[in-house]
Ligand binder design. Structure first.
Ligand code: NOJ
Length: 554
């Protein structure tokens, strides 16, 4: 693959509502991010992805945009944004924004105009259908029909996600032009690129035919009919040509539903995007990422299989975007380590396992502290739209309210959205006032101040790990090297990274038992470890529970 500037980045994802509140209103803000840039610089990350900070009624916390070129007042002003970019630049940190162009808020002026005047050009910016009932039985991602009735009229509009998030009609070239203008306006402002939201939803099955019901509600998941549909390529190609191609920018698309065989179109040399996220490993505990009550038992072997398949498939075409957490996922320690979630050694090994894969590492705020899920006692304590919907759907499918709450606690997006614990003060030093969402109970023990400078802390480990990838002796191999799975014990994930000049073998024991692994060469040189002494007996490597080891051969 041709080298690209962005292959050396380490991205830190910020959920602005929950990062740091500088104004004291209980909600995080842009100035708050600027104030914490020193923390991020010390950590060693090189790029920030900021989740949507545009004007929005915040029904889906910013993924419902009412003005693409305005900043949400609770997050600050455009001056605050410009200052953040300048201050970040001073520290050589780049800014990636979230681009949400599959849908807007129903409070966007285009949608308001469409409602006011069905003959206006804006009416065709969205998907409306006339009739006295829903045009089909598709279920939206956040529950209920994808169709919402317009009060007082026999007309419905389409939404893949929440009902305050009407989908844009990408079939309309004039709408697409409007979107390109917005994208180029931000790129001209000097941002480094975009994480692109739900982009595989922009093409729908235009027959709008109902499908066989797949739930007790009589509906059928809309993803079968409105995600990655034939013909999407011409939209995505045009998007790239009219915007991203004109700037030296990086793009990472949230593109669920893309088969491995299609990766060439998406991330190949002439692909629509620089990278896409693969959710197969992230969703290994549920039958579908959007149905949390369909739990799936899994083993470390299953996780290994998913990760290594993803890595080797993506390697055929391009570059991976590696993550174990984001704002839609539970905390990685809780999901992947289960009963060992509070064991810092296990948290470190899990971190290193994904961090040294081939591709760009993404770290989600709080992951570097080893944060865990926050169990809530009642459905009323949740803010996340999908949590309330999944609770309702689980009961509709026959589960008790206790079971439904358990599913939601395991998977709720609020697990990752709790305010960032900066220190052990009241509200974790996140705000002077009661935060918009409850803090985790762990913050007096798990917080940034406590872990800063403390040898052995998860935070210091992340700092060291980032430094090792960026500046260590095997930097070339760990950044650009190819990847291949290596045989290992059942609870160990092992791979090798290699260039023509050197090979690094990596073992990560994700189980609570000691294991024995085969060393490639007796003369292999130890370059990295977590846990206790590394024990080598002849060509055997003994791994402690939750230990990670890397050796180099050349
Ligand atoms: C994916 C985003 O990551 C999620 O937070 C959001 O709710 C949906 N897309 C809809 O925009």
């Amino acid at each position: 693959m041709r080298r690209q500037w962005w292959q050396e980045e380490v991205v830190y994802q910020i959920y602005p509502k929950s990062f740091y509140d500088s104004s004291g209103d209980g909600v995080g803000d842009l100035r708050g991010i600027t104030e914490k840039l020193d923390y991020l610089e010390d950590l060693g990350i090189t790029m920030i992805w900021i989740c949507p900070m545009y004007q929005s009624p915040m029904d889906d916390n910013g993924y419902d945009i009412s003005d693409y070129m305005g900043i949400a007042p609770e997050f600050g002003t455009m001056e605050d944004f410009d200052q953040l970019v300048r201050e970040a630049e001073r520290r050589k940190i780049k800014i990636m924004l979230d681009l949400v162009i599959n849908h807007t808020s129903d409070e966007h002026r285009w949608f308001q105009r469409a409602l006011e005047d069905p003959n206006s050009a804006c009416h065709d910016y969205y998907i409306f259908k006339e009739g006295d009932r829903e045009p089909n039985n598709w279920r939206s991602v956040f529950g209920g029909s994808v169709w919402e009735k317009i009060p007082g009229r026999d007309e419905y509009y389409f939404h893949s996600f929440g009902k305050k998030q009407p989908d844009l009609n990408w079939e309309n070239p004039a709408l697409r032009e409007q979107l390109y203008e917005i994208v180029n306006w931000w790129l001209k402002k000097g941002i480094a690129g975009f994480r692109i939201d739900a982009i595989t939803f922009v093409k729908k099955d235009l027959t709008w035919k109902s499908r066989e019901a797949d739930g007790a509600d009589g509906l059928s998941k809309c993803t079968k009919s409105s995600r990655n549909q034939p013909g999407i390529g011409s939209f995505l190609h045009e998007l790239r040509e009219r915007t991203f191609d004109r700037y030296p920018c990086v793009t990472v698309a949230e593109a669920p539903g893309v088969a491995y065989g299609e990766l060439g179109d998406f991330i190949g040399e002439e692909g629509y995007f620089s990278m896409i996220f693969d959710f197969r490993a992230a969703d290994l505990d549920v039958a579908s990422g959007s149905e949390w009550f369909k739990r799936v038992p899994w083993t470390v072997e299953d996780l290994r299989e998913k990760i290594m398949t993803s890595q080797t498939e993506i390697q055929k075409y391009g570059w991976s975007a590696n993550f174990i957490e984001n704002h839609d996922q539970p905390r990685a320690a809780s999901k992947y380590l289960r009963e060992a979630q509070g064991n810092p050694e296990a948290v470190k090994t899990l971190g290193a396992m994904y961090f040294f894969l081939r591709g760009l590492p993404f770290i989600y705020q709080g992951q570097e502290l080893g944060m865990v899920n926050f169990e809530r006692k009642s459905i009323r304590e949740f803010d996340d739209l999908s949590s309330t919907d999944q609770y309702r759907r689980a009961m509709e499918e026959g589960y008790s309210s206790e079971e439904a709450l358990r599913f939601v606690n395991l998977r709720s997006r609020d697990n990752a959205r709790t305010p960032f614990p900066w220190n052990k003060d009241r509200y974790g030093g996140f705000s002077r006032t009661k935060p918009w969402l409850g803090m985790t109970e762990e913050y007096p023990a798990v917080n940034a101040a406590d872990q800063t400078g403390r040898p052995g802390s998860v935070l210091e480990f992340y700092r060291e790990m980032i430094r090792f990838r960026q500046k260590g002796p095997c930097r070339e191999c760990l950044i650009y090297g190819d990847i291949e799975p290596v045989d290992s014990s059942r609870e160990v994930i092992a791979y090798r990274r290699y260039t023509e000049k050197e090979t690094v073998y990596c073992w990560f024991n994700l189980g609570g038992r000691e294991t024995e692994e085969k060393l490639p060469e007796v003369s292999a040189k130890l370059i990295w470890k977590t846990g206790g002494e590394v024990r080598i007996r002849g060509n055997r490597l003994l791994l402690e529970p939750y230990q990670s080891v890397m050796v180099r051969t050349s």
